[in-house]
Design a protein. Structure first.
Lengths: 252, 237
């Protein structure tokens, strides 16, 4: 398989690397498909690969010993799954699962760590990304404590849409219910209200956003807060790729 | 303000993990100071001027919403450092940090901390390991805030504080505990009253005394044991 060309890469971290660092990384990248429901990292198990998503998004879920897992963060084309290895992690604390079909570039952990050591810009971006991902998780912790399901649903749809890189999301209500840690019927009611307000279209498990400003207004402040941190720290606007615009270079 | 002696072992567990040379680079710039109850070590959005290595007492990472609703998303004690965003290249604090249980800590100028960090890959490794443990705690809190009962979370919080204080007694107002747990004060009153009647704690005039640790562990959610194990594993206790 031919090595990917940097200009054709959608992942924002890989896309932001200087040519000399990309050259260092690309030899170790393998393109893989992401299947709906595929688990990339299982809680408590060794992290074998690091994934740079191109299309589709990955849910990071906290797993408790009883009951359902709860989503704590999303990773799409703006990020990296398995990045905690750069902090010295060997095993995954959380579960990383593909919520849509998609594609990614992956690297073995030793190759990834080796590249991060030799490529200062990559290392800098990865550390900033870990930090901003943690901000996303902390915001979610506070959001889960205080915000209404309808606000959280709106936030989640915006964030998922931003990261997926595609205009239409295929998601069952069961899946969204697990992500938000609520019952399916609760999701049904909340999604119905967003649809009647003309903000989304939800049919046969396919969701499109009809009125983005309206959906942003319906979301809790957590959506904007997290987007602001991505912009500030990484110079990435998670929404740009989804909107179909050319992704600007990350400027730091 | 005094710097720690060269010949005494650091109280802070992160400092104790540092290579002798790394610790020695920081030591002359560390100044011991009291950490006052409710003191803000830094506020969300502000530039981080100082880094704190807590020796006793507990700091809380608090996310505050625009309407003032707050929730604690993580705690930092003698196992950690307040100022982690600097390790990731962020000079501004994304969340506020308050002292929830008073004590003492070692303070160092952010610029000096960053300089030492930039010069020492071994110090970076220790800081990143801690960041990972704290990150896991925040992840656990996200799920915990959502799924677990107020009483369970209250038990978890009291146990975590006890570990950090290394004492069964500490000061804590109900108002502050309410903020930590992201609930209204009456909710905390009810939860604490229940624990008191069960003989697990006493809680009078803002002073908590833990009477029955095993009892508290039984009523706590699993998050206490999970987070503790994770910190101990990562910090190699």
């Amino acid at each position: 398989m031919a090595a990917p060309i940097q200009s054709a890469i959608r992942n924002r971290i890989l896309g932001a690397l200087p040519a000399v660092e990309f050259a260092l990384v690309v030899a170790n990248l393998t393109s893989v498909d992401l299947e709906l429901g595929q688990t990339l990292h299982r809680a408590g198990e060794e992290i074998a690969y690091v994934y740079f998503p191109e299309i589709g998004f990955i849910s990071v879920m906290a797993v408790l010993s009883e009951g359902a897992p709860l989503e704590i963060g999303l990773i799409g084309g703006e990020g990296v799954a398995g990045v905690s290895v750069i902090l010295g992690a060997k095993t995954s604390y959380n579960e990383a699962m593909c919520q849509t079909g998609g594609a990614a570039h992956r690297m073995t952990v030793p190759a990834f760590l080796n590249a991060a050591e030799r490529a200062p810009r990559l290392r800098d971006l990865l550390l900033k990304y870990v930090h901003v991902f943690e901000i996303q998780v902390a915001q979610t912790a506070a959001c889960n404590a205080h915000h209404e399901v309808s606000q959280r649903l709106a936030r989640w749809l915006l964030a998922a849409h931003d990261r997926s890189g595609v205009p239409e999301l295929s998601l069952t209500q069961d899946l969204i219910a697990v992500m938000l840690g609520v019952r399916r019927s609760t999701v049904s009611v909340a999604a119905g209200a967003l649809q009647r307000a003309g903000l989304i279209q939800y049919q046969h498990g396919r969701i499109t956003i009809e009125d983005r400003p309206g959906l942003e207004a319906a979301a809790c402040e957590c959506y904007r807060a997290v987007v602001g941190e991505y912009r500030k720290l990484l110079g990435i606007d998670p929404a740009v790729v989804a909107a179909g615009n050319q992704a600007p270079a990350i400027g730091l | 303000m005094t710097s720690p002696d060269a010949d005494t072992l650091p109280v802070n567990r992160l400092l104790a993990l540092l290579a002798a040379r790394d610790y020695e680079a920081l030591r002359p710039h560390l100044h011991r100071q009291p950490l006052e109850y409710r003191e803000s070590l830094y506020a969300a959005g502000e530039r981080i001027e100082f880094v704190f290595f807590i020796e006793t007492g507990v700091g809380s990472l608090v996310n505050t919403m625009k309407n003032g609703q707050a929730a604690e998303v993580g705690t930092i004690g003698n196992e950690g450092v307040v100022g982690l965003p600097l390790v990731f290249g962020d000079d501004r604090a994304p969340t506020s940090v308050y002292i929830q249980v008073p004590g003492e800590g070692l303070k160092i100028k952010a610029s000096l901390f960053k300089r030492a960090l930039a010069r020492s890959p071994t110090m970076q490794v220790v800081m990143l390991r801690y960041a990972h443990a704290l990150f896991n705690q925040v992840a656990q809190s996200a799920a915990c805030n959502h799924f677990h009962s107020l009483e369970q979370r209250c038990c978890r919080w009291l146990l975590m504080t006890r570990d950090r204080m290394d004492s069964d007694k500490f000061l804590l107002t109900q108002e502050f505990l309410a903020m930590m747990l992201g609930v209204q004060r009456p909710g905390v009153s009810i939860a604490a009253g229940g624990l008191q009647r069960a003989g697990l704690i006493t809680y009078k005039r803002g002073a908590v005394a833990i009477l029955d640790i095993d009892g508290l562990m039984k009523r706590s959610c699993e998050c206490y044991a999970v987070s503790k194990k994770e910190f101990d594993r990562l910090l190699g206790d």
